[in-house]
Design a protein around this ligand. Structure first.
Ligand SMILES: O=P(O)(O)OC[C@H]1O[C@H](OP(=O)(O)OP(=O)(O)O)[C@H](O)[C@@H]1O
Ligand SMILES: Nc1nc2[nH]cnc2c(=O)[nH]1
Length: 185
């Protein structure tokens, strides 16, 4: 067993489970219903934010039984650290956004910089309406734009460093089948 494997297994074993797979699945079902009712007839473009939004988008899309298109953007602020820094654009969406209803899908709304920046970027590109979804919202008073909220939120979490369902700890455990908080963080 490599050193990383052993260390990361220990991180998982010692973590606190905040939401189980079943609880996340219920939240996904609820989100899918809300999205369908809100934009199901609007030919939306789903914009998955890589890397964190991958698992959420992957589990959400099969729950949406209406015509939609998918694209992705990649931007990163944490780069494997547990505190955010400068927002770095890595990949811009390739689809023309002009006149589109866009739904941005991400794993977490923490301080809110990432979703807010992407919303603004989509508006600048001419999107008619930009909706935002985060599987989890972290509860604290450090929001970068206090008025900014996601339109669709799956679950609220305490102010801990989280992994699972797309969220990583040092690049690992995006695959964890639940939402976990790292011990001591
Ligand atoms: O609300 P904020 O404080 O801006 O943080 C939320 C963002 O942080 C994570 O991305 P990260 O920069 O870690 O990149 P990743 O998606 O590749 O993990 C997460 O996927 C969100 O996009
Ligand atoms: N993995 C992970 N990414 C984040 N980005 C912002 N907050 C978090 C968090 O708690 N966990």
């Amino acid at each position: 067993m490599s050193r990383n494997t052993a260390e990361m297994q220990q991180v998982f074993d010692e973590a606190d489970c905040i939401y189980t797979e079943g609880q996340v699945s219920e939240a996904m079902d609820r989100l899918a219903g809300e999205i369908t009712a809100t934009i199901g007839d609007q030919d939306p473009l789903i914009l998955c934010i890589m890397n964190g939004g991958l698992v959420v988008a992957g589990q959400l899309l099969p729950r949406l039984a209406f015509p939609l298109q998918l694209d992705y953007a990649q931007l990163s602020r944490y780069r494997g650290n547990t505190t955010g820094g400068e927002l770095e654009w890595k990949v811009h969406p390739q689809t023309r956004l002009s006149g589109r209803t866009v739904l941005i899908v991400d794993d977490i709304l923490d301080e809110g910089d990432t979703l807010a920046a992407l919303t603004e970027a989509c508006q600048t590109e001419g999107a008619e309406r930009v909706w935002t979804l985060a599987l989890v919202e972290k509860h604290h008073d450090r929001k970068s734009q206090p008025g900014f909220e996601a339109d669709f939120i799956g679950l609220q979490t305490p102010d801990r460093y989280l992994f699972g369902y797309g969220m990583d700890y040092q690049g690992y455990w995006r695959n964890a089948p639940g939402i976990y908080a790292v011990r001591g963080l």
